[in-house]
Design a binder for this molecule. Sequence first.
Ligand SMILES: Cc1cc2nc3c(=O)[nH]c(=O)nc-3n(C[C@H](O)[C@H](O)[C@H](O)COP(=O)(O)OP(=O)(O)OC[C@H]3O[C@@H](n4cnc5c(N)ncnc54)[C@H](O)[C@@H]3O)c2cc1C
Length: 384
Amino acid sequence: MLLWGPPKKFVGWDPKQENSEILTIERGRTADILLGWINKQLGSSYGFNDGKYENEHLQQNFSDPGQIAKAIYDVEEATSTAFGIILYQRMIKSGTRASLIKFLQLLVAHHPSKRCRKGSADILVDFDNLCPSEILPANNEADSCSKKGALGNYQICGEEVPRGYWMYCRGSKNDTRGFSCGLWVLLHSLSVRVEDGESDLAFRTTCDFIYNFFVCEECRQHFHGMCSSVSSPFKKARDFALWLWSAHNQVNERLMKDEESLGTGDPEFPKVTWPPKQLCPSCYLNPGKTSNENSKIDWNKNEVFKFLVSYYGKELVNLYKDKELQAGGGTGKTVNEELVASTNAVVVPLGAALAIAVASCAFGALACFWRSQQKNRKPRRSWN
Ligand SMILES: Cc1cc2nc3c(=O)[nH]c(=O)nc-3n(C[C@H](O)[C@H](O)[C@H](O)COP(=O)(O)OP(=O)(O)OC[C@H]3O[C@@H](n4cnc5c(N)ncnc54)[C@H](O)[C@@H]3O)c2cc1C
């Protein structure tokens, strides 16, 4: 018997269960029929020859801008995985609580996926009740915020996520890419969505989040070093997005050497100084120069910024239809449209602000908007 469904739905699956998301593939007798069935499910057009070109296909990651559209699923996966790790490892302490709240506020305001924005808002609304600061230990003792019944009940990007697999960030080996790749994409996608006035707060919120909650010790220390070397506050969203891009490239360049000498890393996805010319020729002031001619690239930073905004902005959410909304009788808007809604939503904070505005800030105002939406159930503007 052949079955089809999201991996996590197989846990505890009961074959007799009605309306299960796991489907039996009835007509899979021949490879042709099976492939046809799979293509229908995925809306794809895979053929049997595709396997021959597997490596070329993977390399398209560098040159095919369309690939990034798959990454929205990884951004959701990374968000959910990060939240799961925070709870599982009981990382919410008195010293880290405010940092998590600020990051949630950033997600509510600017996460590219609507369901993660909503899930973050739901958590934020209940945060003070479920995880009051008085119950948190200052030391390493287990805390009760993470338990089932408290924050452990929440699925930050909805019930479908985590799905248990990666798409854009899938490595060619089991232990490469995945979460850390998804986390970078999440951070870049946030950096191109913040407004000028939020840029410094977004920068500090990102730095603190990585420092407090990223489980890779070497990574958090390196990243903290890069954050600490910024001396004056960012005034423009452009500066934050370009700083993050440059910080990521510094990591890439360091790892390029390590991976070459130690043979670590993913052979199908060698580290590159990013974006490569195939992806953004105009980002290079001198695109004719070959990479081994130079140790330092002359970037056209205006073009790099434009490219980041397009790549992690519109292109990231290009293919993503909010299926849940459509199924629920919503308007069927794409997340792309929802994204526009999210960035215009700062207008409405009502009195309900106080309970969650622990770290009072622009993101707090958006969180309040959500809270008032939930309480009033009379939205002033359409979110659905
Ligand atoms: C904050 C942070 C710090 C890290 N620090 C370390 C460290 O110190 N040591 C260590 O071993 N690992 C570190 N990692 C992990 C490492 O950077 C990679 O994530 C991991 O090796 C997987 O690499 P990858 O090939 O999937 O591409 P990643 O580097 O994860 O990149 C993901 C995707 O982002 C895009 N991208 C690449 N470079 C840029 C850029 N400059 N700007 C915008 N987009 C880009 C590409 O499309 C790429 O596929 C860190 C991860 C994070 C999130």
